[in-house]
Write a protein that binds this ligand. Structure first.
Ligand SMILES: Nc1ncnc2c1ncn2[C@@H]1O[C@H](COP(=O)(O)OP(=O)(O)OP(=O)(O)O)[C@@H](O)[C@H]1O
Length: 274
């Protein structure tokens, strides 16, 4: 695998029980760049992040992180690899009974034996990076949604990960906080030399922010490329998603028994409008 690629999936198949979610997915996440993962709801984006994080294992195919197959690692190997990744899930999930400071210090205290004086410097540096050094003594309940998200981000980068994965980092944010969060993701990526992988439905921001875009549809990679390339695509699958059209090749319905099986045959009186 080339130095330019940090994460690569090769023919990955994954399903929950007998429901196939990813069907021979191959993609790459370029090192040092911001990559956006797009696709319809329920399309397997979060599942894909979990496969990369090693919380799930592919039933076949390979998930390579820096050239190492995540699916083949033992517990110790996985633990070591996870330290190289920061994960930021939708609503940040701060520990509500800990101050901002202690939230950011948590992974450092958990995973390292650094002395408190050094932990303090790192915590303040990370809070500085997200513009919240002054908020260190606040409790999560005293933060706005956007601030809480930024604290969670400071916590996610506390251990200097190489890859940061964001699952819908903009969900529920007002337009101003959203802009701040998007710029912050870009800035941290570039100044800290990270690789970022982000799942989001905020298409306008995604196309501005990302260097590389992957569109998942119906369990496959429909397109992978530069944002302009994806926006220009005339593939109906991509057009449906990029223009957010309700109808098109992407299925709206979760697989279900037929309507007739669930509701019975249409009644005459209803059909006749009686
Ligand atoms: N733990 C689980 N057990 C069984 N099925 C699951 C589980 N987690 C997810 N699924 C199913 O797998 C499919 C993919 O889910 P996933 O959360 O990866 O999609 P997503 O693309 O992230 O969706 P969204 O954009 O709505 O968050 C969905 O149909 C979901 O119902």
């Amino acid at each position: 695998m080339s130095r330019e690629v940090l994460v690569e999936l090769r023919d990955v198949v994954f399903g929950y029980d007998d429901r196939l979610v990813l069907d021979r997915v191959s993609l790459h996440v370029p090192r040092g760049k911001v990559t956006a993962l797009l696709g319809a709801s329920g399309g397997g984006k979060t599942t894909l992040l979990r496969l990369i994080g090693g919380q799930l294992r592919a039933s076949s195919g390979q998930v390579l992180f820096d050239g190492v197959d995540v699916g083949q690692l033992d517990r110790a190997g996985l633990y070591a690899m996870r330290r190289r990744m920061g994960l930021l899930f939708q609503f940040g999930a701060l520990f509500t009974d800990m101050s901002v400071y202690d939230n950011v210090a948590f992974p450092l205290r958990e995973h390292t034996r650094l002395p408190e004086a050094l932990i303090r410097d790192i915590v303040l540096m990370k809070l500085q990076a997200v513009g919240l050094r002054g908020a260190r003594d606040l409790m999560p309940a005293e933060l706005s949604g956007g601030m809480a998200r930024r604290v969670a981000l400071a916590r996610a980068i506390a251990l200097d990960p190489e890859l940061v994965m964001y699952d819908e980092p903009f969900a529920g944010l007002d337009p101003i906080s959203l802009g701040t969060a998007a710029r912050l993701i870009r800035q941290l990526n570039d100044t800290l030399g990270l690789t970022s992988l982000l799942v989001s439905h905020e298409l306008e921001w995604v196309f501005q922010l990302a260097d590389h875009v992957i569109v998942l549809a119906n369990g496959r990679v429909a397109l992978e490329g530069a944002p302009q390339e994806v926006q220009r695509s005339d593939d109906p699958l991509i057009r449906q998603y990029v223009q957010a059209a309700p109808d098109g090749p992407v299925r709206f319905h979760y697989p279900a028994p037929s309507v007739e099986d669930d509701f019975g045959p249409p009644s005459r009186s209803v059909e006749e409008g009686a």
